[in-house]
Design a protein around this ligand. Structure first.
Ligand code: SF4
Length: 450
């Protein structure tokens, strides 16, 4: 029996691809090894949308190449977005790698590894035509059993000027509603309590299919044909959020009062150069509209500072917006000038030290806002999905409220009461920290979201 070791880098969408490779390999008799030293084939599923991710991937590959140098009979295989982005150009720089597989080639992983091991591989780089997974493709979850993601689409038809994803992942391809319902039912049977719906732009779901295939239509079917208690909406696009969607969220507590919705900036001139299709006025109206519709909703966004041509006035406008609208979670990043992006040759590129200073200022402000906002939960009782023993200490349990997404937001430390991983319990919040809450279990939440 052949064995493999798999390292998965990048976003939750890439993790689903890794889980599909896990499923395909295990279904055809391969055995997964936790340590690279114990495996015949060493696979790293890469991210490639920004240089920092590419550097992380190269470091990971070189670690595996070092192990191969000690055990020459091993193979190193590189898959994912970095391969899709750079293709054949990787061969010269990474000669020790035996096989490169692009994002659309992961379905062929078993036959490619067999050819590689038999020495009959025609080409080291495998970049096939566009592929879209479906519910029949085997998938082994790598997340805790009680939470997972459902990938609605591949690719993106937007053309944000700083973004490489459309050139890596291709045009928008949506999965049919009935196929997504089937996969969600599979996940429910395997014990999943929280499902994050993911895509490059969740609000674009179904635009390529037409026939009334939309995000609200999908949610109606998922609510009707599954009992998963927590459905979380990730990667929404501001101008794509309909009143129909807001009504669904308000009237169905299984769709969590939570939105991950990247704004990227609030200055009209910066948004225009980013080729984002909304204005500062739209964003202000949007936040008010969403909070009117779902008063307790938690809003997570992403903001980028240092975009070419960004002025001090633009930065002040961004900081004023954060101060006024006090968003729950804000991921702050500095612009990176990506080779091949539309903005690569934009004039007025920001010096790195200026980007850093603007980023630090925004992060200090948001940390203060986050801490004050979390104070509002003290004294409340919140449904919390228990993750297990805290990573900080065995004396505490750790979980997340419906206002906190996995891996990117804070958590709830439970300092009194017992509960098992995967349980949704009521926790009375007694304390708030900068990003986390503390509280005690006060009862079962049952299986339906609070
Ligand atoms: S919406 Fe914009 S930033 Fe997001 S993947 Fe598409 S092009 Fe990139």
């Amino acid at each position: 029996m052949s064995t493999f070791h798999l390292v998965s880098l990048g976003c939750p969408k890439n993790l689903v691809d890794s889980e599909v490779m896990l499923g395909l390999l295990q279904e055809s008799g391969w055995q997964l090894k936790e340590s690279a030293e114990d495996a015949d084939v060493l696979i790293v599923n890469t991210c490639g949308f920004i240089q920092a991710a590419v550097e992380e991937a190269v470091d990971e590959i070189l670690d595996l190449v070092k192990i191969k140098s000690e055990f020459p009979r091993k193979y190193v295989v590189v898959t994912g977005c970095m391969v899709q982005r750079y293709g054949q150009n990787l061969v010269a720089g990474l000669p020790e790698v035996d096989l490169f597989v692009g994002t659309e080639g992961e379905k062929d992983i078993c036959s490619l590894l067999a050819e590689m091991q038999s020495g009959s591989l025609q080409n080291k780089v495998h970049l096939p035509e566009l592929f879209l997974m479906d519910s029949k493709v085997p998938r082994i979850l790598s997340t805790p059993f009680f939470r997972s993601s459902l990938k609605l689409t591949e690719g993106c038809n937007n053309r944000c000027s700083y973004c490489m994803i459309p050139s890596i992942r291709g045009k928008l391809r949506s999965r049919p509603i009935d196929d997504l319902v089937l996969e969600m039912q599979h996940l429910q049977k395997s014990g999943v309590k929280e499902i994050s719906l993911i895509a490059q732009d969740l609000t674009a779901y179904g635009r390529d299919l037409g026939n009334g295939v939309t995000l609200p239509a999908l949610l109606e079917s998922l609510l009707a044909e599954t009992d998963v208690p927590w459905i979380r909406l990730m990667y929404l696009y501001p101008s794509g959020v309909s009143d129909e969607l807001l009504t669904l969220i308000r009237e169905n507590r299984r769709i969590l009062p939570y939105m991950d919705i990247p704004f990227q900036h609030v200055s009209d001139s910066v948004l225009r150069r980013m080729n984002r299709h909304y204005s500062s006025f739209d964003l202000c109206r949007f936040v008010e509209r969403v909070r009117d519709a779902v008063p307790d909703i938690a809003l997570r966004t992403t903001m980028m500072v240092g975009f070419p041509g960004e002025t001090e006035e633009d930065v002040q406008q961004l900081l004023d917006f954060l101060r006024e609208y006090r968003l729950d979670h804000v991921g702050l990043f500095a612009y990176t000038n990506e080779e091949g992006s539309a903005s690569e040759f934009f004039e007025d590129q920001c010096p790195e030290e200026v980007k850093k200073e603007r980023l630090d200022r925004a992060m200090r402000l948001q940390a203060d806002i986050s801490e004050r906002k979390l104070q509002s939960y003290v004294g409340q009782t919140l449904p919390v999905l228990v993750e297990g023993l805290s990573r900080e200490t065995d004396l505490l349990l750790e979980g997340r409220s419906q206002y906190q997404a996995p891996d990117i937001d804070g958590c709830v430390y439970i300092n009194d009461g017992m509960a098992a991983p995967g349980e949704i319990v009521n926790v009375h919040i007694t304390e708030a920290q900068i990003y986390d809450l503390v509280g005690a279990v006060v009862g079962q939440e049952g299986n339906n979201a609070g």
